[in-house]
Each structure stands twice: as structure tokens, then as C-alpha cells.
Design a protein around this ligand. Sequence first.
Ligand code: IVH
Length: 687
Amino acid sequence: MSESELDLADVACRIDDLRRTIDHWNYEYYVLDRPSATDAEYDAALRELREIEQRHPELVTPESPTQRVGTTPQAGFAQIVHPLPMLSLSNVYDEAELRAWAARLDRILPGTTFAFVVEPKIDGLAVALTYVNGVFDHGATRGDGFVGEDITQNLRTIKTVPLRLAASASPIPARLEARGEVYMRKRDFAALNERLERDGAKVFMNPRNGAAGSLRQLDQRITASRPLRLFVYQIGYVEGASEPTTHWDALAMLRSFGFDTTPDPALLSSIDEVWERCNWWQERRDALPFEIDGVVIKVNSFRQQEELGFVARDPRWATAYKFPAIQQVTKVVDIIVNVGRTGTLNPLAILDPVNIGGVTVSRATLHNEDEIARKDIRIGDTVIVQRAGDVIPQIVQVLTDRRTGDEQPFHMPEVCPVCGAPTHREPGEAMRYCTNVACPAQLKQHIHHFVGRGAMDISGFGEKLADRFVDLGMIHDVADLYRLDWNAIAELEGLGEKSATNLRQAVDASKAQPLARLINALGIRHIGERAAELLSDRFGSLDALMNASLDEIGAVPGLGPVLAQSVYDFFQEPRNRAVIDKLREAGVQLADGRHAPIDHDGPLAGKSVVLTGRLTTMTRSEAEAALKRAGANVSGTVSKRTAIVFAGEDAGSKADRARELGVTIKSEGELLDLLGAGALPARAAAQ
Ligand code: IVH
């Protein structure tokens, strides 16, 4: 019977048949590594499906295997709020720390017998995939754990992502969120880099960067051309079907739905076995087809997981054993000195490039002169270099028996290598500083930081341009950015009216950046994004922070004495106060309306609360922010320690769990009452 003779119902039937067959062959090929069809059969089926779909575009659905190729580029990624935050893991680095972790479990739940699941820790990119009635609906990156990027179209192109859940013994849930790691196999990574190099394109540093760079492409056709894969390691949540009661069963359920779950998981009943398994993985590490950076150990029982709960953003019920750093032998070709943003002289070893764990290393930090002296590192030395995860490579040891006598000892320069001013080292301090506050190296770096992403985020203000303005004497401190002579800039070679206007707009727009960004931008020693946020939350304005006593700053939870001292010292310095006055005069916003100080005395202060269900007067993140301002700790899971569960519409399993545990449940209306009008976004307050 020819295709034209089939009526539409039969066409739909044939399409369904082809899709299921192709999905299954895909699964055999990519997940099981056991193909049952030949390439020719596979291609023929896909071709037939494509042809039918071309004739019947009305029958094309997003979950069809023909839709894995990607279509047109997107303008940007939308944001997706994770219904349950994607958390991180605590780390342990040796057997003693692993045992200490397990001992804490016993302390918290005395007399309990634990079973553990041990899995490889895949070195890739965390993602969450949501299936609605068994069909892949959307997917997101981890982002900051609370809000990720919508990469649905990109995930669709990955062959090991089921577009439809396979029929299994478990009923297909109404909603399922699966979490896992997108990664690239080592060989695929090498082949990709070869291809990129041939095309004259930039190569990736390592498989993880390759996976990240390929996944976050606005043009999904590029993603589709990259050898990405997915290992799933967790159920985020299930709705409309019963949830397994253990992690082991959750993995089995995910597998039955057609996911490739983390390979070779082990269900173990003692910490001795867990440690043995960690070593087992460590021995196999290099031989594996993909990169792992450790082993994840999880308490198997979900009930126990809930009882154990969280510390900050790390679950107590899981931890990661991180492998020891990887080392290599190479030569120190030179030692150079960079001048940092705060004027520090940073010695750096230039190395004979060497590949360590898939990354080419050609520089290593030397920290400071004492460190160089202690390790007796000389130019020309043969050394052991170590790279630990994302940490800057370090020299562990000099192989002194390989010395020839031609090695040159190194001395820190008495004058700044950038501006020639004398350098100075305070007694008791490890670092040497350039004494010239107007040192162009410092100023340039300071400006790079100030205009950068986590800071004032002035787009178009690249490093080259900043350096040029400094060299031309147009900028002497960061506040000068807001007093630039735009007419003169428009005249500069290579700039022109249009660029000058764009830049001016970006500079003007940055005046309204939130306080936390401004604090970060100031470049206070030790103060980064996180600490800046704590300070902004606590003080709400730069004036309040500037006039705070050391004790008041030290009292900010999570800051610590060293950071507090650094903040205090910064604002005691008249030059810094002068810059802040200049910023104020220029109209830079120094107080944060949106970040009212945290209420430490209100009814919610110090309480652990959970949000669930759909809110009608505000978004989940607005509610979270308001709760945080009210001093509450917002958590993703209900436990005995939860004080209140705020349940919006259609609250599901969390509200049930709260009832089970006898935790107070309050409505959205009660939440609004507790927060009080001042703490709310304008929209909610108007209701
Ligand atoms: S479980 C509560 N299992 O490691 C955290 N994570 O540092 C649940 N990762 O962001 C994570 N392999 O992206 C888990 N087998 C595995 C993993 C794994 C890699 C990543 C994951 C997470 C990070 C935590």
C-alpha cells in the first residue's frame, strides 16, 4: 500500500510507529551501547519519518526524533525558576573526612542504620529536565541554584535525552523533573577540538568547558552538532505518580523511563565499603570514557534524607569525595610579576606547557616571596605542578636533584614593574605592594573590576578601552567614569559618535545598579559578590555602611573578622571616601530601595520556612526575597525543623509532608500579613 492511500489516521499510526522504533534504536545505541539496528536501517527509518512529516507538517510534534536537529537561533535564554532549588554538595578529601561525615549522620540520627549509594561525580554541567505527561516539556541549567536558563531547545538535540519517557512498569507521572549532568566523552571532546582547530575556531580547555560551551549556544544547530550526552542522577520531584522511597529505586525508575543514569552505582551498607568504592573509582578514573572529579555518596533512604536536612545549601545526606589533585612534571621557564588591583605584586611562574588532566597548564601562581623562598623555586627548575579542579595551578615541589647549576634564584623587585614606584612590604604581611596609589596597573585593574559583570556591569567598556582612557589621563579613579568628556571621546580614533553615545548610555544606566554590585565594584580587599550582598542586605545604604563601627560590621552573619576589618579600613581611608563623594555627586545610587535591611526581630526572624504551591500575588523569587528580608531561612524541603510551610494554590507533596510531621501550614494571605506591606513588591502590596 503506498503512502498516499493511507488515510490520516494510518499516517499518524505509521508516524508513531517510526518514532517509537527510532527512539528505541537511539536508546540502544547511545545508552545501552548495544545497537540492534544497522546504520542503514536507522537512516531509512529516519528518512521515511522526515518525508511523512514534510507532507503532514500538522503531525510534527516537538518530541519527534526529527526535531533533534535544531532550527533557528534564539535571541537569548529565558530564565526558569527551579521549583526546588538545585543544591550543591559538601566535599570530603580523604578517608578521615569521609568518616567524620558519616559520624555526623550517626550523631544526628543516633541508632539508625544507613545504606549508601555511591556514584561517580560526573564533571559536566548540571541540568533539570521536566516531563509533562511523559513528554519532555522544558529544561534548564542549574544557574545560581534558584534560577537557571531555559535551554529546552538545546537539550532536545542531545541523543541521550528521551523526548518521551519510555513505557515502564512505573506509571508515567503527570510531571517529573529529572536532574543530571550534561557531559562530553573524552574521545568526542578530542575529536571536536580537532575539528574546531581545523576550522580555525577556538578550542575548548577540557571536556567540561566543551560541554558548557556547546550547551549554552543560542543556535541549537551548533548544539546539535556537538557530541553531548546526559547522565541522570536524581529525581527533582514527581507529581501524579508515587515517588520511590529510596535513591536506589529512583535511579531504577529513571532508567526504566529510558534515561542514562550515572553508571555503576553501588548500594552499600557500611562506610568501609564506601571508602573501598571511592578507591575503586579513583583507580578507574583515567580509563573511563568520561571525566569524573570525584565520587558522590548519598544516604539511600529518602525518609532519612529528609530527617537529615541541610546545612546552608548543602544537604547533610550527601557528600562528594574529591580526588586528590593531578600532578605533572615540567620546567619553570621564567618568573614574572603582575600588579593586582589592590597593588599587590603577584609572582607568577611561566612553565613549559604541560597537559594536566586534560588542561594545558603554562602558568602557576607563586603566591608571594616567602612561598618562593620556602620552596626554593628558581628560574630553570624542574618542578611538580598540581592542578586541583578549578584552582589556579600551583608548584608543589622542586625536583632539586635535577638541577644543573644554571638555575637563577628570583628576587621580588624593589620597584613596581609597571610604574617604577618603590614597592613596600609591611612586617607581618606576606604580600609586597606598589606604593603608588595612582599606579596605572592598579587603576586599570580596578576599573576592569568596577565595570565588570558582577560589579557595575557596564557593557561595551572593554579592558582595552579602559586602559586607553587611563593612558590618556582621562580617568584617575573609578568615579571619573561618570565625568568623562564624551565629546572628546567621540573624537577618539576608532570610536566615533555612535560608540560614544552607546557607551555613555551604558555608563549612565550603571548609576542605578543595586547597592550590592556597587559595594563589590569598589574593590575592597577580600570583598566579592557574596560578601557585598551580605553588607547590602544588612546596611541598605553606602552611608550606613561607611559610618558603621567595626563591631557593627563584624556582627554581620557570615562575614568574619578579616573581611569586617577590611571593609572598615577601606572606609577609614580618606581617598576612598573622596571617591564615594564623587560617585554621589555624579548621581550614582548609593542606597538600595529594593534591599531593605534584614529584619532580625520580626515574627519570621530565624525561622526555617518552606514555600510550596503557586502564589498569586507575587512570584516565588519575590516571596523568597521578602522572606529573607524578614529574617527567615527559606528551605526547599520540609523537615521536623521547619517552622512554617506557606502553601499557595495546588500545593502538593510538601504540604502533605508538613501535615505528616505536624508542621504549621499557612496560606498566602497569612504570609502577606506576616511580611507586612513594606516588605512586599509593589504589585503584591496593592492587592
Ligand atoms: S547529586 C543535592 N550526583 O555535582 C545535590 N551530583 O557539587 C545533588 N554531580 O551540581 C547532586 N555527578 O551537578 C549528584 N552522581 C552525581 C553527580 C552530581 C555530578 C554534580 C552536580 C551538582 C554538583 C554538586
